[in-house]
Structure formats: C-alpha cells, structure tokens
Design a protein. Structure first.
Lengths: 403, 251
C-alpha cells in the first residue's frame, strides 16, 4: 500500500490527459462532520429536493438500499433486501479483508492529479455488492451531496456484481443551492462477474460553478452484462470523464448511454471506452447530446482485440442555441475478423420535422420541445421500471433548460 | 368551405402555381389529377401553409377566414389536416405520442390503432423504417385522431399493397363521412350526421377512385387548372389520351 501512496504522491500535480486543468489548491478539503441520518425524510427539505432531482427516493419505496454522503461524511448506509450489501468504503477498508482485492485494482492511482488526490485524501464513498446468484431487481440508490462552499469532495466507490447476480444502481450527485463553487472527484471501480448483470445509472445535478472529475474503470467476466448510463442535463462548470470498460470473458457485453445537455458556460467532455478482449464480446456506446450555448466534446472509443467481436458507436448531437459540439468517435481493430462501426451526426433540428408536427396542431415551440424530448428518449433495454421512470423524469426536467 | 382565388405560388424563383381557382363546398371531396411537376403537391402544401411555398398572388379562404398568411399550426387548429406522401421520420417520438398530439390528448390511441391494424407500431418511432404502405396507415391513423374538417391527401394509395388498399379507401371514406349506414366508422365523431367534411385527394394511379366516391375532379397542368369535371370521366380520358390531350379536352 505504501508504494501506491508513493505513486499517488508522485502524480499529485500530474495534469489529466484531456480536459481543462484544475488548480486543486483553490478548493478546501476540510469539511464539517455531518450527523448520521436514520430516516431519509429527516434530511432538510431543501437538500432532500436537490437529492431527489439526482434520483434519490427518500421514501425508499422502490429502492433496494441507500447510501447518502454529505460532503465527506457517510450519513446513511444500508440495504433493505437480502443479498445486497451497502457499506461506506472507509468502514469496509477497516473491517473487510476482501476489499483489498478490489480497492485500486482497476483504476491507477497515478492516472492524474485527481486519482492521486482521491488516493491521498480519501473522504468516503460506497461499496455496493450483490451476493452470488442474488437477483436484485429494485435499484439501490446512492447520493453524493456537496454542501460546503468551495469544497473538494473525494469519493471512491466499489461496485461488485458477484457471479450470477443482478444489480441495478442509481447514483446521483448534486450540490446544495447555496454552493457556488466546488470540486467533485469520484473514483469508481466496477466488477461484473461471470453471468452477472449490472446496470449503473449516474445522474448529475450540479451547479454552475462545480467542477467534476469522475474516474471509472470496469471489468466484465464471461457472460456478464454491464449497462452504464450517464445523465447530465443541468448547468455545470466542467465535467471531464472517460470511463473505461474491459470485456475479458467470453460473451461479455457492455452498453453505455450518455445523455448530455450543455448550457452556456458549461464544458462537458464525456466519453466511453470499451476494450473487447475475449471471444464473442460486444460493445455499444450511444450518446445524445444537446448544446444550447455550452461546449460539448462527445468521445467514444471501441478497441477490438480478438476476432469475432462486435462494437458500435453512435454520437448524435444537436446545436439548439449556439455552443460547440465536437464528436470524436474512434474505432480500433487489432486483428482480422473484428466488426466495429460508428455513426456520428452533429446538426440542428430539421425544419421539416418541426413543420410536420405543426401541421398536427402544435406551435413551433411545442413542436421543438417534442422533438428534443424524442431525441433524448433512447430505449435502454434491461432497466427496471423505477430506473426508467427516473431517467424519463430527468429528461422531462431538462426541457425547461433546453428551450 | 375552402375558396382559392387566383392563387400564385413560388418556391425560390420558380413559379409552381401560376393561376389556380378552386372551391370546395362543405361536404365535398375533390380529386386532383396532373402529371409529375404540374403543381399538385405544391397546391396541397400551400393550402397547409408550408412557408417555403411563397404566395405571390391571390388568396385562400377557409370557413370564411382569410388564411393566406396563417401559419401551419393556426391552419391545423382551424381544421385543416394533411396526409403526406413522404413525411419525415422523428427519432425517439413514438407513434403513440404522435397520435395523442394529433388528438390534442383526447383520443384513445389503442382503439384507433386497432382500426388501422397498426397496434404493433404504436411503440415505434414515428415513420422510422416504415414501408410505403405503413407510412400511409400511420398518416391516416394520425388524421383520424386529428379529425380535421378539410383533409388533404397526397397520393394516399401509393406504396400500399392490395391487402391494405381497401382499408385505406374505407378509412378515407370514414374521414370524409362518405359511408353507408352499414359501414362502421365509430372512431370518427361526426359519422352518420349530415356530411360536412371536405377532402382534396391527389391520385396518380386512380386506384383510390374504386373506393372513394368523389364529387368533382380537376386537372392541374403546368401550374394551372387545365380542366374540371366528373372525376371518373376525367380519369378515363387521361388513361385514353394522356394528360396533355386531356388538359385540352376537359377545358
């Protein structure tokens, strides 16, 4: 462990490969301790509403378990169903031996200054694990909440779907309405074991001056399925993330869906990279992006390393009210017999579509809103109903900002 | 009723309609004939209000209002609907939602789709990957929901297979209230009452005449009305001597 700390220390000023550089020293890592929350309904209404916008269901009615972190403190952590474990990572590191087999095993501490910071100044984060063979169809929920002005939140999450299990997670991030400035660094390591199914849906609901640097890596074993969704439709200063997934077992499948809206002043650099390293593996990366004055870079990269694998990449972007949309799809085949494809399109809403809807009685504004909603409504197969509903709600809420 | 007086229309710098007069009385259906490029679709698109069709002269009156400068949605809300030949596909917009849009939220999409044999398409994105015939059924389904007073049909039979052509014909009859008591058109509100619906139908093949009885026919030729008369007679003439001759004979 010492050597990892040394590596992290050496990388403490290392700029990220892409994205605007952030001066970490301008953020504080001191935060007040928050009290435990037994009942989620006791979270102050204003904060609870913000968390709800990032997917939290305070009633827990349709949730298998919950983790809530305020600034650096895990205030609530618990599972409501058999076969699901939810533990704050600090507690796990103190009490559970096996966590060392997963902690910093996929993500590299010296990737850049952000991984370095998360290694050296870990505050908390969650470990969510579905036990072997357990099919947990209700989503587990996590919320990482930024409350302190100018705070640098460093979290580390480990998600494990054991062999033959099914696990759905909705992981929301939000900031309190008084926060004008903040930095969120999140390390996530995903382990999808043999024949397991994991869906992970991240909903961001930040504020105009919050900077976000997630660093995620996942691995999928034989017959496993990993659905990774990212939704960011609210103003945010800068997000840069390029999660990577390795498909290492025969027939493993990964699908990634990104829905992004870039508001004026926002800089979103979001991608997905999938390595097809075993026979019959398949990958799909789909993004739908809208800018109404923001700057969006939509990346995708699929690498086929063995014969007989398939991958498809799709970046569709709309420019509605100014802004910049930059689609960078990449494909790399390293051997004979890989099938990789991509389609990318950047444009505006076709006038023909607006007029078609107007001839059915909608005003021009209603027609545009209807088309935008359709553009963002992608069918994500394999998600349980409460999660679908949550995504639909996020899309619905974005309407006001987009128009 | 619809009254068009000395209508002149340009697309860009090209005159597509040079002089068109047309009157459709309440309850009447007219058939529009003409060779490719004669201005048939332009006339429908102009009545619907598409902005690229610039009206340079004349006027259009509908239900006593001058709609010459109304926007498309204003005309739609006033009671004009259109069945398109090649409508755009819209990703992510379900056919079900489109039907609800047409019916302003007050229709039973499932019941209407059942009538059109279109139930399995309700959850599909509108027009995405639809065949020619499926597009026509989708268009009619939307029009049933919209329940317009004047419906413009741009070649409603093109691309439709034999199995579905009578379904298309009967649906148009229902929309235009041109049905016998024995036929069922429960989905259309005013069926059975005194006929008030108006229709303007473009046909190329004439097949639709086997199903829809129309009151009048007119031939467009080079942006002008070249002839008027009984639609079945006109169609016979066109088949016999072609449009050029027919334009002369019917005039």
């Amino acid at each position: 462990m010492r050597s990892l700390d040394d590596l992290a220390y050496k990388a403490k000023d290392k700029k990220a490969a892409i994205g605007p550089d952030i001066d970490l020293d301008t953020y504080s890592i001191e935060s007040p301790l928050h009290a435990d929350v037994k009942n989620l309904d006791t979270i102050p209404k204003e904060d609870r509403e913000k968390m709800t916008l990032a997917g939290l269901d305070a009633s827990e009615k349709e949730r298998a378990g919950t983790y809530v972190q305020r600034d650096a403190t895990a205030v609530h952590s618990g599972s409501n169903v058999d076969g699901l474990e939810i533990i704050p990572i600090r507690k796990a590191l103190e009490e559970i031996d096996w966590i060392r087999d997963y902690y910093w095993k996929l993500a590299a501490v010296d990737t850049d200054k952000y991984t370095s910071r998360a290694r050296l100044d870990l505050q908390n984060g969650y470990v969510i694990r579905a036990l072997p063979g357990k099919k947990i169809t209700l989503p587990a929920q996590a919320c990482l909440y930024l409350e302190k002005e100018g705070f640098n939140q460093n979290v580390h999450n480990i998600i494990i779907a054991e062999e033959g299990s099914e696990l759905h997670i909705i992981s929301g991030c939000a900031s309190a309405s008084h926060v004008t400035r903040g930095l969120h660094v999140g390390i996530s390591e995903f382990y999808v074991k043999k024949d397991a199914k994991l869906s992970f849906t991240m909903i961001h609901h930040w504020a105009e001056n919050v900077v976000v640097r997630p660093r995620s890596v996942g691995i999928v074993e034989k017959g496993g399925l990993f659905l990774s969704n990212y939704i960011s439709m609210k103003p945010v200063k800068s997000v840069q993330m390029y999660p990577t997934i390795y498909l290492v077992g025969k027939g493993a499948v990964a699908r990634s869906y990104n829905l992004l809206v870039g508001s004026p002043g926002s800089e979103l650099d979001v991608g997905g990279r999938i390595y097809l390293q075993a026979k019959d593996t398949r990958a799909e990366i789909i993004s739908r992006t809208i800018t109404n004055g923001g700057n969006i870079i939509s990346r995708g990269d699929i690498i086929g390393e063995v014969p007989g694998v398939k991958g498809h990449l799709e970046c569709h972007g709309l420019i509605l009210n100014g802004g910049v949309m930059h689609a960078i799809p990449e494909l790399k085949g390293l051997v004979d017999g890989v099938e990789l494809s991509h389609e990318a399109a950047v444009g505006k809403i076709a006038q023909e579509e607006i007029l078609y809807l107007m001839s059915r009685g909608l005003t021009e504004e209603e027609a545009t809103a209807t088309i935008v909603r359709g553009f963002l409504s992608i069918d994500i197969p394999g998600l349980p109903a409460p999660l679908k509903a949550e995504i639909d709600r996020a899309v619905e809420l974005s309407q006001k900002d987009v128009m | 009723m619809l009254i068009i007086e000395d209508l002149q229309v340009k697309i860009g710098n090209k005159k597509v309609l040079k002089h068109v007069d047309l009157e459709i009385q309440s309850g009447e259906t007219h058939i529009l004939f003409g060779p490719n490029g004669s201005g048939k679709t332009s006339l429908l698109m102009t009545i619907m209000g598409y902005p690229q069709y610039k009206i340079t002269g004349g006027r259009i009156m509908f239900k006593g209002e001058d709609i010459t400068h109304m926007t498309i949605d204003e005309r739609a809300r006033l009671g004009i609907g259109m069945s398109y030949q090649r409508p755009p596909s819209i990703q992510g917009l379900k056919t079900r939602r489109m039907v609800q849009v047409c019916g302003d939220g007050h229709v039973d999409a499932d019941a209407l789709a059942d009538k059109m044999n279109f139930t399995e398409f309700l959850e599909r994105d509108i027009n995405v990957g639809f065949s020619g015939g499926e597009i026509k059924r989708s268009e009619l389904l939307q029009l049933m929901a919209q329940d317009a007073d004047l419906t413009l049909f741009d070649e409603p039979e093109s691309g439709v297979d034999l199995e579905n052509i009578s379904l298309i014909g009967n649906t148009i009859n229902c929309l235009l209230q041109r049905v016998n008591e024995s036929q069922h058109c429960k989905t259309v509100k005013h069926a059975g009452r005194e006929r008030s619906k108006m229709g303007l139908i473009i046909t190329h093949t004439g097949f639709i005449l086997d199903y829809v009885t129309a009151d009048k026919g007119l031939v467009l030729y080079d942006g002008m009305v070249a002839g008027r008369g009984n639609p079945v007679e006109i169609f016979k003439q066109i088949k016999k001597v072609g449009y050029r001759e027919c334009a002369r004979c019917a005039a």
